[in-house]
Ligand binder design. Structure first.
Ligand code: PLP
Length: 377
């Protein structure tokens, strides 16, 4: 089976497994002051340093969470709470539901920042909106923009957007879950105030992530309890998950040049599918993650493609597929102006650390033979 669904979850890396197994042998609470507790704390802090160095941050500014969803929820709700609701959330139209829905429930005004037909944040719209900002009426501007989209792989102009927002006296949160290990994610170059990460997209375990918070940026906890993670995220840390996250992060950064080389094989696959079947590739004109491809051909429904590919030995997904089995029309493709008919036939191929360039050829072959069979009927 060729696994081509890394943007949903990447297989666990051997380095992460080894770190997790070693941490399970420690068997103590990282908050305990005795020797075993200190040994657990040491592993926790090693992982924190591994994650921090990968994003150009200070270790003390990294807060471990239960995943990307919680990191995004903490950023969105935490900033709104600390600002006493005196803010307006500017949310890009292509954010993951973890950002979009938390913004929707935060109890403050939310405005959508649209994207171009290539799936790139509309900086002109943002500039204009900020120029018209009325602090009395709108409060602090808080922008949420992801570093790269999980469905299309389109990379977003986060640094430019964050500069505009900072100049307007606002704050920026970046969901970098899909960027880590694929493109450079550096909190200083991005100039953001909050940044969310998740372990399972890079070969770490599921159920662990982190929120980086710029020192001094407003943030109120949303979980209260024992005061772990500088009281910003109470609850005994998931030590084995965090150890696996740290090891996976280090390996992902080490392997980034190899991953980036996949772009050539991805482009060749797309060129073949365009030439032989006339598929539409979404976001093709924009800068994209090197290992993601999202394409469609009218009349060949995504669910049918996913099943046909599965039978052909290739695992891909349709739509955003964060909770599998749930088929919903893609809000991301709609935001890019893609018709419902085309959107309903979009599938995502996403590769990662254990992929060989030849895997893209295998995907192209499997897809073309599935399409020939389906479109003939
Ligand atoms: N943000 C993005 C862009 C994602 O792709 C995902 C997962 O699909 C998440 C957030 C949620 O992360 P997690 O699954 O760790 O909660």
């Amino acid at each position: 089976m060729i696994y081509a669904d890394y943007n949903a979850t990447a297989p666990v890396r051997p380095e992460a497994k080894a770190a997790m197994m070693a941490s399970l042998d420690v068997g103590a609470n990282p908050s305990s002051v005795h020797g075993p507790g200190r040994a657990a704390r040491k592993l926790l802090e090693i992982a924190r340093a591994q994650v921090a160095v990968a994003i150009g941050a200070r270790a003390q500014d990294v807060i471990f969470t239960s995943g990307g969803t919680e990191a995004n929820a903490l950023a969105v709700n935490g900033v709104v709470a600390q600002l006493d609701g005196k803010c307006t959330l500017l949310v890009s139209a292509i954010e993951h539901e973890a950002v979009m829905k938390n913004a929707g429930y935060a109890g403050v005004p939310v405005e959508t920042v649209y994207v171009t037909t290539d799936g790139v944040l509309d900086l002109d719209w943002l500039r204009q909106r900020l120029a018209d900002w009325d602090a009395e009426r709108d409060g602090t501007p808080v922008l949420a923009v992801m570093i790269a989209n999980n469905e299309t792989g389109v990379v977003q102009p986060v640094a430019e957007a964050a500069t505009l927002v900072r100049e307007a006296g606002g704050l920026t949160h970046c969901d970098a879950v899909q960027g880590l290990g694929k493109i450079m994610v550096n909190v200083n170059l991005l100039g953001v105030d909050y940044l969310a990460l998740s372990a399972h997209k890079i070969g770490g375990p599921q159920g662990v992530g982190a929120l980086w918070v710029r020192s001094g940026a407003p943030l109120k906890p949303v979980l209260f309890g024992g005061g772990q993670e500088r009281s910003l995220r109470s609850g005994t840390e998931n030590l084995s998950g965090i150890a696996g996250f740290g090891a996976a992060t280090e390996a992902a950064i080490r392997d980034m040049p190899k991953l980036q080389k996949l772009a050539a094989a991805r482009d060749a696959m797309e060129a073949k599918l365009v030439a032989e079947a006339g598929v539409t590739v979404f976001g093709a004109a924009a800068e994209r993650l090197p290992q993601t491809s999202n394409f469609a051909i009218p009349g060949f429904r995504a669910e049918t493609q996913v099943m046909a590919m599965d039978l052909g030995g290739v695992a891909v997904s349709s739509g955003s597929a964060c909770s599998s089995g749930k088929v919903k029309r893609s809000l991301v493709l709609s935001a890019m102006g893609v018709s419902d008919e085309l959107s309903d036939s979009a599938i995502r191929v996403s590769f990662g650390w254990d992929t060989q360039p030849a895997d893209f050829d295998a995907v192209a072959e499997a897809w073309l033979s599935a399409a020939k069979r389906a479109l003939k009927n």
